[in-house]
Write a protein that binds this ligand. Structure first.
Ligand SMILES: [Zn+2]
Ligand SMILES: [Zn+2]
Length: 179
């Protein structure tokens, strides 16, 4: 993820009965072909200086599988809830910053909340670090370049010493765990 187009919410624009917005934001994600559009719905409410933002986002990402390098589509559909306090309040109370981390409390300054930052964070948190087209993707044979999801190749059978096969299996299961 490199860039998301700016979208700022002015706190004083939020009416007493809340503000609803529905919009499409273009997002650029590293490793994907071009900007993708994320469909966002938000509901902002004001409680004194405290702003509560609830919303949901939907998008379909085109990711490259980290094992077989095939492009596949990865749907994101999630809800979020974030509380914003003016930044001055954080400066006064150290304690609040601590609880803030646990409760998903963010801060805003100059009466502005950067919605694009919030969306970016939500997308980043939910895009897999190691994308896989399917959890059991077999990848590509380093010997012949064959996509092993489509069937095994000749060299695989030759390369692996049967005595080492259980070890290889163990290694692979360990690799899967850190995904
Ligand atoms: Zn794959
Ligand atoms: Zn092969």
């Amino acid at each position: 993820m490199r860039k998301i187009f700016d979208m700022r919410l002015n706190v004083s624009d939020i009416p007493d009965d809340g503000l609803q917005a529905e919009l499409d934001l273009p997002v650029e994600i590293s490793g994907s072909a071009g900007p993708e559009v994320v469909h966002v719905r938000i509901n902002a409410s004001r409680f004194g200086k405290k702003i509560l933002i609830e919303g949901s986002l939907k998008m379909s990402l085109s990711l490259e599988c980290s094992r077989c390098l095939k492009e596949y589509s990865f749907p994101l559909d999630l809800a979020f809830r974030d509380e914003y306090n003016p930044v001055e309040e954080f400066e006064n109370e150290d304690e609040q910053e601590l609880t803030g981390r646990e409760l998903d409390i963010s801060s805003y300054s100059n009466d502005e909340i950067d919605i694009s930052e919030l969306i970016k964070e939500q997308v980043l948190l939910n895009v897999p670090m190691k994308p896989l087209c399917r959890s059991d993707c077999q990848g590509i044979c380093p010997g012949c370049g064959k996509h092993l999801n489509e069937g095994s190749c000749e060299c695989k059978a030759k390369e692996i010493d049967p005595r080492l096969a259980p070890l290889k299996k163990l290694k692979e299961s360990m690799k899967d765990q850190d995904v």
